[in-house]
Design a protein around this ligand. Structure first.
Ligand SMILES: *Cc1c(COP(=O)(O)O)cnc(C)c1O
Length: 432
């Protein structure tokens, strides 16, 4: 069986002459799996169709927002109605209130929400707010955490327990990069050292409570609690970046589910139901430092867009009963059972699953909780499998560092097929 991708290839050639690398976001270029992008024209439920009329079961799901699946009828209908009533007002609308009420109901320790248009923007605003509230400049982030592409957060770990100032992109002034301190996950000693050295200068620490952008580096609760305690001790705010994890495992935050209190929460992905929406939430006394009440400036032409919020509201209303989460847990368990059975003689076929998020780590070592111990072998094995799985109609995110997302639209038989296909391909590439 060989699928033609001639239309995708032709579109990619055209795109490369028009856009840098032919893409609107780098990972879509398929470079890490040594291939070229597929162009999609239609998606529904768990299925994806490309320009050459090949069908795929999608396990990337737009990188997380589509917890109900592609083009869920309720969401599409809400968007259709909203669009008819006007695409953008640049003025206040009732949907902002409805969306804010849903979010605050799900985050009981928060009292105010500000809507923006992306996760990056939510994080950027949260950082400015933390700096404005504390009068401090530095922020602490963790190696392997992703928080969007704003200048302060494109900073990588250097060689040491705690480092600062190495930007991971050209164009980030060293003066700004040096305000970001980086240390590794899963290491209490590194945390202690970061706060001992920089505690009084830290405006905030920012962490994904369930890191899911560089593998699924699920942290120990004790480590998260230690971070919380050190922030309190040194007067730094704790920003939980829940852009992926918010509403992913429950109707609310992952932080609340493990008992880690946030000072500010950033959201995106699921709260937009597939449309561009981001938000930050926090207590009134912090959030009301934002303009127009306070002196921390932030604004957006399309913020609180009625069409985008209608997708978010309908998604959150659907999630509220909790039934989706039980369904997703059950799907996840079906994946585990099928994978365990198929891979019973392959001790290096490993994965970590938290609810509907799955990360493959194809090596005999323990599935890591830190970015610096992700196995090179595991990455090579994943890359070798990616193309052959596409041939079978299984679309995985095009990078070994990315996680797979299950949605309410996936069926039990689809995830069992996925598990068996993964193991079969892994077996073929065990020599690599
Ligand atoms: C996706 C993501 C972001 C960035 O959101 P965009 O909408 O892509 O700007 C920030 N933080 C986390 C944890 C994310 O997963």
């Amino acid at each position: 069986m060989s699928r033609s991708r001639s239309k995708s290839e032709e579109l990619y050639r055209r795109a490369c002459a028009l856009m840098p690398g032919g893409v609107s976001s780098p990972v879509r270029a398929f470079r890490s799996v040594g291939s070229t992008p597929i162009y999609f024209k239609q998606a529904s439920g768990s299925h994806f169709r490309d320009e050459d009329d090949n069908d795929y079961v999608d396990y990337c799901m737009s990188w997380g927002p589509l917890i109900l699946g592609h083009a869920h009828p309720l969401v599409v209908e809400a968007v259709r109605q909203a669009a008819v009533d006007g695409l953008s007002y640049g003025a206040c609308c009732k949907r902002e209130i409805e969306a804010a009420e849903l979010i605050l109901e799900a985050f009981p320790s928060m009292q105010r929400v500000r809507f923006v248009s992306s996760g990056t923007e939510a994080v950027m605003t949260a950082i400015r707010l933390a700096r404005g509230a504390t009068g401090r400049a530095k922020i602490l982030k963790f190696d392997g955490g992703y928080h969007g592409h704003s200048d302060s957060l494109l900073v990588k770990a250097g060689s040491g327990l705690v480092t600062f100032g190495t930007s991971s992109s050209l164009g980030v002034p060293t003066g700004l990069a040096s305000e970001t301190v980086v240390c590794g996950f899963d290491d209490e000693a590194a945390l202690e050292q970061a706060f001992t050295e920089f505690g009084p200068q830290l405006a905030a620490a920012i962490v994904e409570p369930l890191p899911g952008n560089n593998g699924l580096l699920e942290q120990r609760r004790e480590w998260l609690l230690k971070l919380r305690a050190l922030c309190d001790q040194h007067g730094a705010l704790l920003i939980l970046d829940e852009v992926i994890s918010g509403f992913r495992t429950r109707f609310g935050g992952y932080g609340d589910s493990v008992g880690v209190r946030a000072d500010l929460v950033t959201l995106g992905k699921i709260i937009g139901g597939g449309m561009p929406v981001g938000a930050l939430a926090g207590p009134a006394k912090l959030m009301e430092l934002l303009a127009p009440v306070g002196g921390v400036y932030q604004a957006g032409t399309l913020s609180g867009n009625p069409v985008s919020l209608s997708a978010g509201i309908s998604t959150l209303r659907e999630l509220k009963s909790g039934a989706t989460y039980s369904q997703l847990d059950e799907l996840g368990r079906s994946f585990d059972a099928a994978a365990a059975q198929a891979a019973n003689d392959l001790p290096w076929f490993k994965w970590r699953r938290v609810g509907s998020v799955i990360w493959l780590h194809l090596d005999a070592t323990e599935v890591p909780r830190r970015a610096d111990v992700i196995s090179k072998t595991a990455v090579l094995r994943f890359n070798a499998m990616h193309g052959p799985l596409l041939e079978q109609g299984i679309y995985l995110p095009p990078s070994a560092y990315e996680v797979l997302f299950l949605s309410a639209a996936h069926s039990r038989s689809e995830v069992e097929t996925l598990a068996r296909a993964l193991v079969e391909q892994a077996r073929k590439h065990s020599a690599s």
